[in-house]
Ligand binder design. Structure first.
Ligand code: NDP
Ligand code: 8X3
Length: 247
């Protein structure tokens, strides 16, 4: 039984990845803060022939991470996906509550989860695979995005360092760094303003959660002797944070 843990699977990229990887002989462990969503997605996962375990907790809480993740022991695969952008403001106007949410989730939450899961992988001595969801914002800072970009720069740095740290344990580490993906991401960034969120994707065909899930599936299917260190994916009309052709 292959065991795959995906954080932030109640929506978007995490949900699509959970469904893509849900196959017989697999246990999909999904996390998020919305209990009802977790139950709905669990039913879809089970309908695909996989087992499902739901863990409803907040990755910002070190204690909750310990409470829910330590009993799992070793998993084969961890997809560190839970994350968010909150706000889009110049540095002099940004909300410190938004900054805390991004740093606590995207950086500290990812670290808390990784500390527990990587340690169980190393201890079991059977290797493993960890995929972190970064962003093009992890190498390309943009106006109004200082703290989100900083958090994804951190994910980029952590991914590279942990790849080196875990080499001797035979644990693969990869990073997926997408550009625009239409999920609940922009709605969350704009604190529920759906109209403003929709404008982000106007005039282009953005990536979908399924596009990212397909890339993750491919990374996981690489032969034992090969690791996909990094995948950068953008919609065809996007060439970077500042370059989007909207026709
Ligand atoms: P969504 O908002 O659709 O999904 C985010 C997921 O993260 C949800 O399942 C949410 O679950 C979970 N999450 C957020 N905060 C917490 C928390 N404190 N504890 C536990 N789970 C949490 O966005 P995406 O699918 O787009 O985002 C997934 C990842 O992809 C993020 O790391 C994001 O930065 C990254 N990304 C997104 C891009 C995009 O354009 N959409 C581009 C590049 C990277 P719940 O609310 O139930 O807790
Ligand atoms: C999400 C993509 O360009 O909004 O990481 O930062 S972007």
């Amino acid at each position: 039984m292959k065991r795959i843990l995906i954080t932030g699977a109640t929506s978007g990229i995490g949900r699509a990845t959970a469904l893509k990887l849900a196959k017989p002989q697999t246990q999909i462990i999904i996390t998020g803060r919305r209990a009802e969503r977790l139950q709905e997605i669990a039913a879809e996962i089970q309908a695909r022939g996989a087992e499902c375990l739901t863990l409803c907790f907040d990755v910002r809480s070190k204690n909750e991470c310990r409470q829910y993740l330590e009993p799992l022991g070793r998993v084969d695969v961890l997809v560190n996906n839970a994350g968010l952008a909150a706000g889009l403001e110049h540095i002099d106007k940004g909300s410190t509550a938004d900054w805390d949410a991004m740093i606590d989730t995207n950086v500290k939450g990812l670290l808390y989860v990784t500390r527990i899961i990587s340690s169980a992988m190393v201890e079991a001595g059977q290797g493993g695979h960890i995929i972190n969801i970064g962003s093009i914002a992890g190498t390309e800072p943009y106006e109004n995005g200082a703290v989100y970009c900083a958090s994804k720069h951190a994910v980029h740095a952590i991914s590279q360092s942990m790849r080196a740290d875990l080499l001797s344990a035979g644990i693969k580490v990869g990073e997926v760094r997408p550009g625009m993906v239409e999920t609940e991401f922009s709605e969350v960034r704009f604190h529920g303003d759906k109209e403003r969120a929709a404008k982000v994707y106007s005039g282009i065909t953005p990536l979908t959660g399924e596009d990212i899930a397909n890339a993750i599936d491919w990374m996981l299917s690489a032969p034992a002797h090969m690791n996909v260190n990094e995948v950068v994916l953008m919609p065809t009309p996007q060439a970077g944070s500042y370059y989007t052709y909207r026709g």
